[in-house]
Ligand binder design. Structure first.
Ligand SMILES: Nc1ncnc2c1ncn2[C@@H]1O[C@H](COP(=O)(O)OP(=O)(O)OP(=O)(O)O)[C@@H](O)[C@H]1O
Length: 311
């Protein structure tokens, strides 16, 4: 896979001096779903708006399929579809008309077959002749996605697709996103919910205070989320991990004086009792023990705190 979006040291300082993006660098692979996870005010919308050309970056660069978002704005923007957070549809407009109109804005010729394809993909074909006001909330959100897809973009931004929607609608949205991924669309979605990132995303980028704190595959992230570390200080240094301890996930420090054991707090058994027995059988004398949470947990605790402050 190759990167379709390359973001390099992107900064945004708003008029008045507030620095909303502090040098964001990120690559997004073609066909992947990336969740941008962060508390209120983290800079998620600013990042999306900057990439879509709604907000000017103060410095740094970004390219979409090689096109620079500033110097080759038109080419770059054509490749992007943006689904905003708010439902901003004209209530009396017809579903199908919205999609035709959207294609027109991007200078694409009228294409009934293409619009039909998008409407079918979003299970909206039966509703094509309905007015927006006659649709359910979930359908309206799908029309927004349809509008964003009508000009055949390669990258789709979904800004909080499920903010304020009920559980069944949230699941419906997850299914729509999964279907789009199958069709090869690259998707970047913003969310406050770890659960949502887990359900949809291939990778998660955590943003806070205008900085990307980490980017990681969703599966790895979830595995690490429930993990803790036990550090065992030894009286005598070890040259290597002794054979009786080989079955445990242990890491020996460079000075040989401490061993770190990672365990899953959500597992039925942490394995600590067995590990302690193995230490004793191997004749290893312990000086001290302490546990710590993995840094990822700290990041998430920090995120939750950040969210609390903003509300
Ligand atoms: N036009 C603006 N002028 C000045 N500051 C702004 C402007 N737009 C956003 N900000 C500030 O930039 C920071 C990032 O805002 P942004 O909307 O990007 O965050 P977000 O992560 O999308 O938050 P939310 O989850 O609440 O939508 C916030 O502190 C916000 O107040």
């Amino acid at each position: 896979m190759s990167a379709i979006l390359e973001i390099r040291d992107l900064r945004k300082v708003y008029d008045g001096g507030f620095e909303a993006l502090k040098g964001v660098t990120l690559d997004i692979e073609e066909g992947e779903i990336l969740a941008l996870l962060g508390p209120n005010g983290a800079g998620k919308t600013t990042l999306i708006s900057t990439l879509c050309g709604i907000t000017e970056p103060t410095s740094g660069t970004a390219t979409v399929a090689g096109y620079d978002i500033k110097t080759q704005y038109r080419e770059a923007r054509k490749l992007i579809g943006l689904v905003p957070q708010e439902i901003n549809l004209e209530p009396f407009s017809y579903v199908e008309t919205n999609l035709h109109f959207s294609r027109g804005i991007f200078g694409k010729p009228r294409d009934t077959a293409k619009v039909e394809e998008v409407l079918r993909k979003l299970a909206l074909w039966e509703k094509r002749s309905n007015r927006v006001r006659e649709l359910s909330g979930g359908m309206k959100r799908r029309v927004l996605i349809g509008k964003a897809l009508a000009h055949e973009p390669r990258v789709l931004f979904l800004d909080e697709p499920t903010a304020g929607v009920d559980v069944s609608l949230r699941k419906e949205m997850w299914d729509v996103v999964a279907e789009l991924k199958k069709q090869g669309v690259t998707i970047i979605l913003t969310t406050h919910y770890i659960e949502e990132a887990e359900a949809m995303a291939d990778r998660v980028a955590v943003i806070r205070g205008g900085e990307i704190l980490m980017v990681e595959k969703t599966g790895d992230l979830m595995r690490r989320l429930g993990r803790k570390e036990l550090t065992v200080e030894l009286r005598e240094p070890l040259a290597e991990i002794p054979a009786p301890l080989a079955e445990y996930d242990l890491e020996l420090s460079a000075d040989g004086l401490s061993l770190t054991y990672r365990y899953d707090t959500q597992a039925d058994r942490t394995g600590i009792a067995g590990l302690m027995r193995a230490f004793s059988e191997a004749g290893i004398i312990l000086r001290d023990l302490h546990t710590s949470q993995s840094s990822l947990e700290e990041i998430f605790v920090g995120l939750v705190e950040g969210e609390g402050e903003a509300q």
